[in-house]
Design a protein. Structure first.
Length: 106
């Protein structure tokens, strides 16, 4: 995976994930099956496929869920750093996540 540095510019498109971030593996709910967790995971819960250094164990593998593979790593979603990414993705989850998820605004 190519690593990039992200500037605090919401118009910049990233070409790969920020190393050691893992926000997209924590903030959103994943309703499709994950290896070892067929029910997916709720929002705000660390994916069990995320390593201690915040890297995905199934990145690039066929068992990686389509949701994960299709996640648009962008400055709009990921912000300037991991903390901002967690906040932005949590807000996006509140606006769009499945009904009944904890923290869901609707």
């Amino acid at each position: 995976m190519k690593e990039v540095t992200i500037m605090n510019d919401d118009t910049q498109t990233m070409t790969a994930c920020r190393p050691g971030c893992g926000a997209c593996c924590i903030a959103p709910s994943i309703t499709s099956p994950l290896p070892g967790r067929p029910e997916g995971k709720p929002a705000g819960v660390r994916c069990h496929q995320l390593t201690p250094d915040n890297r995905c164990r199934v990145h690039g593998r066929p068992e990686r869920p389509a949701f994960c593979a299709g996640f648009p790593a962008s400055a709009e979603h990921c912000g300037a750093d991991r903390e901002e990414a967690l906040l932005r993705l949590a807000e996006l989850e509140r606006m769009t996540g499945p009904p009944g998820e904890p923290g869901r605004g609707t």
